[in-house]
Design a protein around this ligand. Structure first.
Ligand code: DX5
Ligand code: ZN
Length: 235
């Protein structure tokens, strides 16, 4: 199932609720929320109070992408703010197994993220524990970067491994997902498509999401592929 997760990083934060709503009306079924600490990545974003405000403004699942050091210290606060999914970077977690269980113990769906330079074999032991694997197709920290094509091979391998090990995790892709790259992401096996600048930068999130999903549907080869709708995924 293909879904679009609108990354609010590129939204107009002064109008966050309305921007999120427009993306959902266009067909986004998840809101992707990037949390950056200025240490793990060279940028700063938002914390739990803003996430809680977004929670009040929207009913779709909030997908919290933690790009922070010591994520265990902040997982309870983001869970409390009302997020549904929490993903942590393999590169930031010394005790990844413990962190994934911590996320689940707070009632959220655990995900693991890998940077472009990180091979997927490091996830072997945790794949059975996660709801989603997030493959970074840019180096994390900023919106609007160029898609790194070597990530496609990683998406394909993950999809193969999931089949051979009969696992259930979903494959999410983040960074540079645009009109010209979305088809190859879907063809490789990407299912949850994170898009920030492609959705929000032209000022019409509703139309942009619609167009991206149409391209994704086309790439998924025909109308039989199920594209989720907001109605299916509201909490
Ligand atoms: C980057 C973030 C992404 C970002 C993607 O570190 O994790 O979620 O918003 O932005 P685009 O879609 O513009 O590449
Ligand atoms: Zn992200």
């Amino acid at each position: 199932m293909i879904e679009l997760a609108a990354s609010i990083l590129s939204a107009d934060f002064a109008r966050l609720g309305a921007e999120a709503q427009a993306a959902v009306e266009g067909g986004a079924t998840v809101l992707h929320v990037d949390i950056m600490d200025g240490h793990f990545v060279p940028n700063l974003t938002i914390g739990p109070p803003v996430v809680a405000a977004l929670r009040r403004a929207s009913r779709v699942p909030l997908d919290c992408h933690l790009m922070i050091e010591r994520p265990d210290e902040f997982i309870p606060a983001f869970a409390e703010a009302g997020v549904d999914w929490i993903s942590v970077h393999q590169e930031a977690c010394t005790h990844l197994d413990r962190t994934l269980h911590l996320i689940a113990s707070h009632g959220c769906k655990p995900g693991v993220v890998i940077n472009p330079a990180t091979p997927i074999y490091v996830l072997d032991e945790v794949l059975p524990l996660v709801h989603h694997v997030l493959v970074m197709s840019v180096n994390p920290g900023f919106g609007g970067q160029t898609f790194i094509h070597s990530s496609l091979k990683k998406i394909e391998s993950l999809s193969r491994i999931r089949g051979s090990r009969r696992l259930q995790f979903r494959i999410e892709v983040d960074g540079g997902v645009h009109y010209d790259t979305v088809a190859s992401v879907v063809a490789a096996g990407g299912e949850i498509l994170v898009a920030g600048s492609a959705v929000f930068e032209n000022g019409n999130p509703r139309e942009s999401v619609k167009r991206l999903l149409e391209s994704a549907l086309f790439a998924a080869n025909g109308p039989s592929q199920e594209i989720s709708t907001a109605a299916n995924y509201e909490r």
